[in-house]
Write a protein that binds this ligand. Structure first.
Ligand SMILES: [Zn+2]
Length: 362
């Protein structure tokens, strides 16, 4: 935006805005781009300078752990992989080594590292330092941020993995400037979702907002599959990659999701049933979510063969079938790939948010 557009948006005087921009230019946080030609005097477009700072994002979601260095726009500049340890001292030791390694011989055009964000499954405390509970890791009240901060010297914040994807979308995403109400759902080994309402990431009272994996999807639980949470018939037991792979194994079908999708495309009734059921259950869960939150967009990040094949088609149909039609207010459902670095880049957005706003997301 130009100085005068910014002044209008922030409701401050043009002189005041000019002084603020001068300060930001001197600090190297903002840069001047091309002239915007329109009625009256042409204006200079101002832009956040992506190289003003860099951030480190860590995804504990996968083993090996992914650690990335990004600029202020979420562009990955470097990445390293380290073995995952679930014992917290060993975990922080190996992460600190990776943080050290990723900063070695940084060229001058890469901005100074301003913080670390960590993405992990489970519930996280409101101050984003402590993992309150993670069934996947077997963690309960584990302080991750402070020991890592002590070892690296950087501020560290942690957040649920689906939530960092949503925050990454808010800060780095394609529509970041105009979109304020959206939900992001990711389908991987588990199922997760994060919600941004009114431009704010929703954390919930206990860090559990958006935990759709354990939404009950079956009325009669007697025949339903047991879930690792102790209940039966949760969404995760039907629609997660692990659940569909388990069903394929039992049916003597290929477990690899690419191969399973191929077999379904060729008309195998067993493979069709597994993908149909998985997509149908996820569609129901998304429909309920849309009814409750009324987002502008629902973004579903999932592996490519599921997005492009039968699973994606059934998912879209199922959401459409169950979502109330409101005149002119159709929710947009976007299916998208889940790149391997997505969680680590989302984690970096947590550090970027803190750097840009001087505070954590609420
Ligand atoms: Zn469950």
């Amino acid at each position: 935006m130009s100085r005068s557009d910014l002044a209008g948006r922030l409701a401050i005087s043009k002189a005041g805005m000019t002084a603020i921009v001068r300060d930001l230019l001197e600090r190297g946080l903002v840069e001047e781009k091309e002239l915007i030609r329109r009625q009256g005097r042409p204006a200079v477009r101002l832009c956040l300078k992506a190289s003003a700072a860099s951030l480190i994002g860590v995804s504990l979601q996968s083993d090996p752990v992914r650690v990335v260095l990004t600029d202020l726009r979420g562009e990955v500049l470097r990445s390293v992989h380290v073995q995952r340890h679930l014992e917290i001292t060993a975990c922080c030791d190996s992460l600190a080594e990776a943080v050290q390694k990723i900063q070695e011989n940084l060229p001058d055009d890469i901005g100074p590292v301003m913080g670390i964000g960590v993405a992990q499954p489970g519930f996280v405390s409101r101050d984003r330092r402590i993992c309150l509970a993670s069934t996947v890791f077997g963690w309960k009240d584990v302080n991750v941020a402070d020991p890592l901060s002590e070892r690296t010297g950087f501020p560290v914040r942690i957040e649920n993995d689906a939530n960092v994807l949503a925050l990454g979308e808010l800060l780095f995403g394609e529509y970041a400037e105009e979109r304020t109400h959206f939900s992001l759902v990711c389908l991987a080994d588990g199922v997760g979702s994060g919600h941004v309402l009114g431009g704010r990431l929703q954390h919930g009272a206990h860090g559990g907002a958006g935990e759709i994996a354990h939404s009950p999807l079956v009325l009669d639980t007697a025949d339903a599959l047991p879930c690792r949470c102790g209940n039966r018939g949760c969404l995760e037991t039907i629609s997660s990659l692990k659940a569909m792979q388990g069903a394929a194994r039992l049916a003597g079908l290929p477990e690899d999701i690419h191969l399973l999708s191929d077999v379904a495309m060729k008309g195998d009734p067993g493979a069709l049933r597994i993908l149909h059921r998985g997509a149908g259950a996820l569609g129901l869960a998304l429909a309920q979510m849309v009814q409750m939150l009324d987002p502008e967009q629902v973004i579903v990040a999932l592996p490519e063969p599921l997005r492009a094949g039968l699973f994606g088609i059934v998912l879209k149909q199922e959401v459409e079938r169950h979502v109330l039609r409101r005149a002119g207010q159709q929710v947009e459902l976007i299916l998208r790939d889940l790149p391997p670095d997505a969680f680590a880049v989302g984690a970096a957005s947590l550090a970027a948010y803190r750097f840009l706003h001087g505070a954590d997301p609420e």
